[in-house]
Each structure stands twice: as structure tokens, then as C-alpha cells.
Design a protein. Structure first.
Length: 367
């Protein structure tokens, strides 16, 4: 870490801590009996502290996006629940601003998609905040549409604002947003764009008929097909199966770990074959999910080295995770010592089947 980065981390951390203290004290003070003027002053302090906290949080995320990449925690989520969360989070705030918030969902209400709901909420937060800042009366509309296309779900969020000005594409210009609506709103929109970009999507602005803009974000996410409950399908035992997830792609690791958690399994991760072999030596894993193409050591080589280990560590079931799942490739993986193949993108039911076939009753909950 460079000296400027070190001081940035220390300074922002200290401001975070001090601001949390200010906010806690102000909120405690707000619960005490006081006159109307004093209440207004305390409310102003609370609002200012919350704004600073949000600015710092957005700044940290933007820094991460530029340096290390944003972190995501995908989990099976219903699109209808995402829309409900937007309504719950913003309805009162919109009403306080004299604006009606209209939230709608277009899609199968029971369909599951593998996303990070907090990150999707952040995008809606940013675009709704900008829409409310530009509207003094009337309505702001927020919609979420999901279209299932096999193993992929197409997701589109739209936030339609009003107002008197027509900004067009400038509605996504961060400097323009900062000049009109302030730093907090500008940072939020910038972060929203980075989140959508990290999910492989796009953001655009559409000019409304009359006035105002509609901010649109769209991305694709893995569909999740509900499997039988893990407790029924995997059975019950004294402890959960412990699984090693090996993949050099952080998103793939998170998806696999999330699915393991769905089936009541615990997991650890490794980023390449060398780390996988070292982890396997410990003998603490009931199964290994092994990517094939990785730097330093690929999955096939790692499997051969694991099979050369003595005792139970060398007999651990290994499942290949790969987009190259044609019969010839699959046969090669089995010859190398793997026990099965699960094709990417992973379907929960396929992973469940692999767990059922390769985990024995005495060793894991996923028996």
C-alpha cells in the first residue's frame, strides 16, 4: 500500500468512526424533550451526519471499483422482492418531499435470480435520489422488469423523473449532476454506473415526452431454478459437508459458495491449482469443486497431484467446474481422477445432483 493510500484509508476510517459517534449522540439527543427550534437543529445535525456517512461509503466503493474491483455477494433473490424493497426504502422519503413514488414489477413474481440484492438496491437508490432532487411535485416512477431466457434472466430497472429541465444524456454526467444536485447525488450515480458495469450491464438516459429523463440500467444474471429443499435432498447428519471451491474468477467463486450455502454446506475457496493442492493436504474437505483453466496450475494437474496424496486427502471427491463439458473433455477430466463434471454457468439442480452422488452419509450433511 502506498503512502497516499495508507493515509486515505486512515483518514476515511477516522472520519467514519467520528461521524458514527456524532450520529449516535444526535439521535440520542433527538429522543429527549426539547423545543421545536432545538428539534429542528438536531434533525439538521442527524441529516448532515447521514449525508457525510453516505458520501464516505460511496467514495470507498468508488475507490474499490477503481483499484480492486467491487465486491458482490450474490444470492437467490426474487425480482418482486427487490421491487418491494425499493418501495419500502423510498416511499416515506418521497412523500416527505411532496412526491408520489410509484414502484412496479413486471415479471414472474416467483422467479429467482442470482444477484446481490444490496448492489441492485444501490443502483435504484442512486437513480431515485437524482429523480427526487429534480422534482418538486408530481410522481417518480421506478420499475423492475425481469425476462427469463433459460439459464439467464434479463433484468431492466427504470427510474422516471419529471422536473422542468431536459438534460438528455447529461443526466448521467457526474459533473453536471454535482453542480445541480450536490456531491452525494453525484457520487451515488457514479457508483450506480460502476455497479452495473461490474455486472456486465449498461446504463443510459432516455428523454421523456414533456420534461425530465428516465434513467435505465440493464444486465443479465443467472436464473435460479428451485430445487428440492436441501434438508430433504441432501439429508441430515451430524455436521455439514465442507467444500473447497477452486476458481480464479472471484464472481464464479461467490456463485459456487452461495449455492453451497443453499444446500447447507460450508465452504472455503482457493484461486488456483497450487492453493487447491495445499488446501487438500489438510484432509479437512468432503468435496472439491475444481475449475479447469487457472493460472499457475490448472485443475487437471491439481487433481492429479491431489490423487497422489496419501490417505483420505487423496480420495476426496473432485467435481470439475467448466464451460468445456463436451463428452471428450469430460472423459479426459474423469481419466485425470475427477469424479464428475458440472457445466458452467452452474444450475443449482446440477450441483445438487453432484453433491448427492459424491458425498457419503457418514461424512456430511449433504449425504
Amino acid at each position: 500500500m502506498s503512502l497516499p493510500e495508507f493515509f486515505y484509508e486512515r483518514v476515511t476510517s477516522e472520519i467514519h468512526q467520528q461521524m458514527e459517534g456524532v450520529l449516535a449522540l444526535a439521535e440520542r439527543l433527538a429522543r429527549q424533550p426539547m423545543g421545536a427550534d432545538a428539534q429542528a437543529c438536531v434533525a439538521g445535525v442527524v441529516e448532515a451526519a447521514r449525508t457525510v456517512r453516505q458520501i464516505l461509503a460511496s467514495s470507498d466503493d468508488l475507490k474499490d471499483a477503481a483499484i480492486d474491483g467491487l465486491s458482490f455477494s450474490p444470492q437467490p433473490t426474487r425480482g418482486a422482492d427487490l421491487a418491494d424493497q425499493v418501495q419500502t426504502r423510498w416511499e416515506a422519503r418521497a412523500s416527505d418531499s411532496g412526491v408520489t413514488l410509484l414502484v412496479s414489477y413486471d415479471g414472474d413474481p416467483d422467479a429467482l435470480v442470482l444477484v446481490d440484492p444490496a448492489r441492485v438496491q444501490q443502483v435504484f437508490d442512486a437513480f431515485i435520489a437524482q429523480a427526487l432532487a429534480g422534482v418538486r411535485r408530481g410522481a417518480v416512477e421506478a420499475t423492475l422488469k425481469t425476462v427469463i431466457d433459460g439459464e439467464t434472466t434479463h433484468m431492466e430497472g427504470r427510474v422516471r423523473g419529471g422536473g422542468d429541465r431536459v438534460m438528455g444524456e447529461r443526466a448521467l454526467d457526474i459533473r453536471e449532476i454535482e453542480a445541480l444536485f450536490g456531491l452525494e447525488t453525484a457520487l451515488g450515480v457514479a457508483l450506480g454506473g460502476k455497479i452495473v458495469e461490474a455486472m456486465g450491464g449498461e446504463v443510459r438516459a432516455e428523454t421523456n415526452v414533456g420534461a425530465g429523463e428516465t434513467l435505465v440500467f440493464a444486465f443479465d444474471a443467472p436464473s435460479v431454478h428451485e430445487a428440492a429443499p436441501a434438508e430433504e435432498s441432501l439429508g441430515q447428519a451430524e455436521r455439514a459437508a465442507h467444500i473447497l471451491v477452486v476458481d480464479d474468477n472471484a464472481t464464479n467463486r461467490m456463485v459456487a459458495e452461495t449455492l453451497c450455502e443453499m444446500f447447507d454446506c460450508t465452504s472455503e475457496s482457493a484461486t488456483d491449482g497450487i492453493e487447491a493442492v495445499e488446501a487438500a493436504r489438510t484432509g479437512r474437505f468432503d468435496l472439491i469443486l475444481m475449475d479447469i483453466k487457472m493460472p499457475r496450475m490448472d485443475g487437471v494437474t491439481a487433481t492429479r497431484e491431489i490423487r497422489a496424496l496419501a490417505g483420505a486427502a487423496g480420495r476426496v471427491p473432485i467435481i470439475a467446474l467448466t464451460a468445456n463439458a463436451d463428452p471428450e473433455d469430460a472423459a479426459g477430466y474423469l481419466r485425470a481422477g475427477m469424479n464428475g463434471v458440472v457445466e458452467k454457468p452452474m444450475k443449482p439442480e446440477n450441483l445438487l445432483r453432484a453433491l448427492q452422488e459424491n458425498l457419503s452419509g457418514g461424512d456430511a450433511a449433504a449425504a
